[in-house]
Write a protein that binds this ligand. Structure first.
Ligand SMILES: Cc1cc2nc3c(=O)[nH]c(=O)nc-3n(C[C@H](O)[C@H](O)[C@H](O)COP(=O)(O)OP(=O)(O)OC[C@H]3O[C@@H](n4cnc5c(N)ncnc54)[C@H](O)[C@@H]3O)c2cc1C
Ligand SMILES: N[C@H](Cc1c[nH]c2cc(Cl)ccc12)C(=O)O
Length: 535
């Protein structure tokens, strides 16, 4: 649709927000364009402008289980998008060597039970069945160790309960906020550039305009609102709302509008990464249904199994490790398969924009904020931002209240995830290098210091974790604290007197359910080999 078409559709009404210009064609840009077209159809006019010269970040392949709501909102079933994105399932993050060499534990997608008002983790501290908190309290930990698929070969999902949406699995349409309390049993891994390509078609098939060009200037009016962006070859792109999806550069939000950036670097020092895309033959190599985070001397290496390749990379602190050393460590970790693969070195901007919505500009993705991908939160931030953008969508220009509510919500999500990541380093037992020694003394957000002291006496629960919505449930904190081994946590004194019968029965129920599912479920390799056969 040309700008004149948009005018003809009365899209230029100053009292309405009808023309949305998205600058950037990475995961953030195309997730935003797709979601807005799904939300508002032809009531708004969406244009995406992306540079052919400036690349996307090229990584970002593991997700939260909440991402299911994004695809459902677009009315997409897994069969619609997973094959196009070489996607696999993710049951958990597997943390290796965070406690000591050779040790691993999981942070799974599975609610943790409670007995007589006490979390299962508290009962486990009083009556530990084994030395594996994760396997004793979560069925999924055993499925991860056995590298099982979360679906049977006929496609039936492992836990029917999570799909009771009232609409059937394929057409449920909901936001993350509507599902608080429920817990889907798995998330996904997918190839980032293939997802962007898939969503480009999804959005343009539904009317979004795609302009491949460089934005060379951002024009502000006398009120500091963006009137248009100027492109190298396609003239001016006018709009009512501009979405900055330009990545770490924050072209509109931080450069044109001058919105300050709040760094998290003092508490999260990992500011660099080097990534490899390593070919994988799923007929010969296992497809572990987890994202793996393997601790290293100055950071950690991610391993993300996809249908055709492994996404892997070393996230490290440049104060402790040079890029060349990081690449050497990564290549040694991967082995000979990495020999002919080009490395992608990335400098990460850790922190967030003070505000992510200023005047008529909303930043989404890396331009809004980012923390290292230890818990796969980048795409969750995008998804949350887009849902909130629709929730607080402006009627015109006078929307201070909507903007303020949006900015508070966005800041809380990122500040909360920051705390959760800081916890990983404080809770990690290892202290064998200066990097790991420093994790024990490095400052953390003040509120977290207080929470850490409290958690030594009482496992984390809804009353004692970060109080605002940030995507992570209390059980996630228990997984990290009791998995990483660096904290001595006491059980509640009440459990010295309470009857433990029901708790011990619950541990046995978990053990038997895990045993049964490991016997019944296919491996992820078997599942996707079957899907390939049926294609
Ligand atoms: C090392 C690393 C690992 C990560 N792993 C994960 C993960 O496992 N899970 C997860 O959820 N997230 C992860 N992330 C975050 C994830 O990669 C990003 O959130 C996601 O890719 C969104 O990026 P983006 O679209 O904001 O920016 P980018 O991908 O950088 O895209 C920026 C876009 O802006 C365009 N652009 C820039 N300037 C201009 C201009 N002047 N004119 C026109 N176009 C312009 C570019 O062409 C590009 O299309 C990771 C990030 C890093 C750095
Ligand atoms: N909103 C939850 C967040 C969550 C719960 N468990 C995990 C495990 C991992 Cl590895 C990442 C995020 C979460 C969800 O998306 O499931």
């Amino acid at each position: 649709m040309t700008q004149t078409d948009a005018a003809a559709k009365n899209l230029g009404d100053p009292g309405k927000t009808r023309r949305v210009v998205v600058v950037g064609g990475g995961t953030a840009g195309w997730m935003t364009a797709s979601y807005l077209t799904a939300a508002f159809g032809d009531k708004i006019d969406v244009t995406v402008v992306e540079s052919a010269q400036i690349g996307t970040i090229g990584v970002g392949e593991a997700t939260f289980s909440d991402i299911r709501h994004f695809f459902e909102f677009l009315r997409l079933a897994e069969s619609d998008w997973m094959p196009a994105c070489n996607a696999t399932y993710k049951l958990a993050v597997r943390f290796e060597n965070w406690r000591e060499p050779g040790h691993h534990f999981y942070h799974p997608f599975e609610q943790m039970g409670s007995i007589d008002g006490f979390p299962l983790s508290d009962w486990w501290l009083r009556y530990p069945r084994t030395d594996r908190f994760d396997k004793d309290c979560f069925v999924m930990a055993s499925l991860c160790d056995a590298q099982r698929s979360p679906r049977y070969l006929d496609g039936t999902p492992v836990d029917q309960g999570v799909f009771e949406t009232g609409h059937g699995e394929e057409t449920a349409r909901a936001t993350m906020a509507e599902y608080q309390g429920a817990q889907f049993p798995y998330a996904y891994h997918f190839e980032a550039h293939l997802l962007a390509k898939f969503l480009t078609k999804y959005a343009t098939d539904r009317g979004a305009r795609h302009v491949v060009d460089n934005v060379v200037d951002v024009a502000l009016d006398e009120h500091g609102f963006i009137s248009h962006v100027k492109t190298a070859e396609h003239g001016e792109l006018a709009g009512d709302l501009f979405v900055d999806c330009t990545g770490f550069r924050g072209l509109l939000m931080n450069k044109a509008l001058g919105e300050p950036f709040i760094s998290y670097q003092d508490t999260l020092p990992n500011d660099s990464a080097v990534a490899l895309q390593v070919p994988l033959d799923m007929d010969r190599e296992p497809l572990r249904p987890c994202t793996t985070a393997t601790a290293q001397e100055a950071g950690w290496i991610w391993t993300i199994p996809l249908i055709s390749r492994i996404g892997t990379g070393y996230v490290y602190a440049s104060d402790y490790c040079e890029p060349e050393e990081a690449e050497r460590v990564l290549r040694e970790f991967v082995g000979p398969e990495a020999a002919d693969v080009e490395a992608n070195h990335i400098r990460m901007r850790i922190g967030r924009s003070r505000r992510s919505w200023v005047n008529n500009c909303v930043a989404v993705g890396l331009s809004s904020g980012f923390v290292e991908p230890l818990e796969s939160t980048g795409i969750f931030f995008i998804h949350h931002a887009i849902e909130q953008m629709v929730k607080y969508f402006p009627s015109g220009r006078d929307n201070d209240r909507l903007r303020n509510m949006y900015n508070r919500s966005t800041a809380n999500v990122m500040d909360g995830v920051r705390e959760f990541l800081c916890l990983h380093y404080r809770a990690a037992k290892r202290a064998d290098t200066q990097y790991w020694k420093d994790t024990k003394t490095r400052p953390v957000p003040e509120a977290l210091e207080e929470r850490l002291e409290n958690w030594k006496y009482k496992v984390p629960d809804a009353e004692t974790v970060y109080p605002y919505y940030h995507g992570l449930p209390p059980y996630s904190y228990n997984c990290i604290l009791l998995g990483a081994g660096g904290f001595d946590i006491r059980h509640s004194p009440a459990l010295d007197m309470a009857d433990e019968t029901a708790a011990l029965a619950e541990f046995e129920r978990i053990r038997l359910k895990a045993e049964k599912l490991v016997q019944e479920l296919p491996t992820q390799n078997e599942y996707f080999a079957k899907m390939r056969e049926n294609a």
